[in-house]
Design a protein around this ligand. Structure first.
Ligand code: COA
Length: 258
């Protein structure tokens, strides 16, 4: 079903592993298309509550596949960027939490896809960067837009204009990743985080994600209106009643996603 990635479900967590280790998991067009199918599959499946994205071998994703970019015409390049941007956006707008477990190189499109995930964990061996300027291009999968939003304009422009790779400790300092752990602890840490998230009310998770996404680039007042609408809507759910009743009865809540 997938040629360039694996898709496994266990304990309500879908693990998507980009699997071209001999090419350091570089994203050819076919892999990008499969990532789109994989996030759609995770969101469609009732047995999946959260999504873990990682890479096979020593790399997370070493960027777009340069062998495909080399011969692109301007219009092909523009289309490639738009297709990839739309697929990465599906990770960002996924109603189920997405966590990138950055096990190695997250360069170019790899850094961009990690930034489109909701949370980023990194192994202390990870290296991140946007090296596109070394190839004569700009990032095409949202890097010029998400990087300054995550780390601020100065740090983003430093990374974009130098093309330098940074290590996990510096990525943590900048806020490009949220936590750094030993390589052997990476997947377990990601699964523990996702399990914590997945125990919460699914519609509340989706509401937080959508409120953050839709509120990010609008005036605060408008963002707060988006938030209060979700706050109101969720009060119509059985899970809201269950969550509050469970608290008052001093027991764990059982959520049903309605
Ligand atoms: N596109 C296509 N192939 C890539 C790739 C990419 N982005 N990144 C790595 N590969 C391939 C290499 O060509 C090599 O293939 P080969 O064995 O058939 O020659 C294989 O993956 C291993 O990479 P290699 O360069 O030998 O490993 P390394 O440990 O010496 O260096 C990197 C690792 C990540 C520093 C280096 O591969 C690199 O700079 N990659 C490109 C990063 C980049 O510019 N990404 C943005 C693209 S827009």
């Amino acid at each position: 079903m997938y040629e360039f990635l694996t898709f496994d479900v266990a304990d309500r967590i879908a693990t998507i592993t980009v699997n071209r280790p001999d090419k350091l998991n570089a994203l050819n067009d076919a892999t990008i298309a499969e990532l789109g199918r994989a996030i759609d599959e995770a969101n469609a499946r009732a047995d999946v509550a959260a999504v873990l994205l990682t890479g096979a071998g020593r790399s997370f994703i070493a960027g777009a596949d340069i062998s495909e970019l080399e011969s692109q015409s301007p219009l092909e390049a523009q289309r490639r960027a738009r297709v990839g941007q739309a697929i990465f956006r599906r990770f960002e707008t996924s109603p189920k939490p997405t966590v990138a477990a950055i096990n190695g190189f997250a360069l170019g499109g790899g850094c961009e896809l990690a930034m489109a995930c909701h949370v980023r964990l990194a192994s202390d061996k990870a290296k991140l960067g946007q090296p596109e300027v070394k190839l004569g291009i700009v990032p095409g999968y949202g890097g010029t837009q998400r990087l300054p939003r995550l780390v601020g304009r100065g740090a983003a422009l430093r990374l974009l204009l130098t093309g330098d790779m940074i290590d996990a400790a510096e990525a943590l300092r900048l806020g490009l990743v949220d936590q750094v752990v030993a390589p052997e602890a990476l997947l377990d840490t990601a699964r523990t985080l996702l399990t914590t998230m997945a125990a919460n009310a699914p519609l509340a998770l989706a509401g937080c994600i959508e409120a953050v996404n839709r509120g990010q680039d609008v005036p605060l007042e408008e963002g707060c209106t988006i938030e209060s609408d979700f706050f109101g809507l969720l009060s119509a759910t059985a899970d809201m009643k269950e969550g509050m009743r469970a608290f008052l009865e001093k027991r764990a809540a059982t959520f049903i996603g309605r």
